[in-house]
Design a protein around this ligand. Structure first.
Ligand code: ADP
Ligand code: ADP
Length: 226
């Protein structure tokens, strides 16, 4: 796992509106941070700048001490899980999970081994030959998670990954994600507007309001102060 530091990071999509005013924050290696805030407050923008899917307008992002704001996404050591899964629809579950390993030049036998191990962990072993269209929402999200963790990234970014699931499944997946985080130990940032998710998953909650950090503390400190 890698620590993440934002130093004076700003974002403006156009000259009139600043979405993120200068932001300074440090996330410890292996820590699970939940970014909580209303729609439009800049949560996705923040994640996408860390992932390299959006450029910063100013400031520096350091991952494991290395400046990454000018690096391509694939060189940042981050993997992302999206709300709408973003799976490759024409590929099987196996291929979706194996793809990044293939691109990285990992040989076939090892790809199969690693996919099998992750699939076992996520309860997907019986679905490896299916395509995303033949899976339930929860199964699709498990595949997206599997695809994200298969290269053992130092940083895992979750953009409202449970928001499209029904209440029961959301609860179950929350429990699974917490367990998964303990097992793999990546530095995780999880974006949501769901307070229950924040309280169950977070080591620390970062409350964002109009791009500004309002609070950044443990769930206990935020919700149980006298
Ligand atoms: P959240 O994830 O908290 O809902 P976003 O980061 O998606 O918030 O959006 C923050 C603000 O930036 C919103 O006002 C949104 O309209 C604006 N925004 C997001 N993406 C773009 C974009 N590609 N171009 C212009 N404005 C954008
Ligand atoms: P390549 O495309 O280079 O042959 P892949 O790793 O993508 O290599 O695998 C090729 C095919 O074999 C894919 O369609 C994949 O679904 C299937 N496959 C390989 N190993 C397994 C496995 N252990 N379980 C399920 N399917 C597998």
């Amino acid at each position: 796992a890698a620590d993440i530091r934002l130093a004076g990071v700003t974002k403006a999509y156009d000259a009139q509106t600043t979405v993120i005013p200068p932001m300074d924050v440090e996330l410890r290696a292996g820590e699970f941070t939940v970014v909580l805030g209303p729609s439009g407050c800049g949560k996705s923008t923040l994640l996408q700048m860390i992932a390299g899917l959006e450029r910063v307008s100013g400031g520096r992002i350091l991952i494991g001490g290395r400046e990454v704001q000018d690096l391509e996404p694939k060189h940042r050591g981050c993997a992302m899980v999206f709300q709408n899964y973003a799976l490759y629809p024409h590929m099987t579950v196996f291929e979706n999970m194996a793809y990044s390993l293939k691109v990285a030049g990992i040989r076939k036998a090892e790809r199969a081994e690693r996919v099998a191990a992750i699939a076992r962990m996520l309860g997907l072993s019986d679905y490896l030959h299916r395509k995303p269209g033949q899976l339930s929402g929860g199964q699709r999200q498990r595949v997206a998670i599997g695809r994200a963790i298969i290269r053992e990234p130092g940083v895992l970014l979750f953009d409202e990954p449970l928001s499209n699931l029904d209440a029961q499944l959301r609860h179950d997946m929350r429990v699974e994600l917490a367990e998964l985080h303990r097992r793999i130990g990546a530095t995780s940032i999880f974006v949501t507007h769901d307070q229950v998710e924040a309280m169950t998953l977070a080591d620390r909650i970062l409350i964002l309001n109009k791009g500004r950090i309002e609070q950044f503390d443990t769930p206990k400190a935020i919700y149980h102060h006298p």
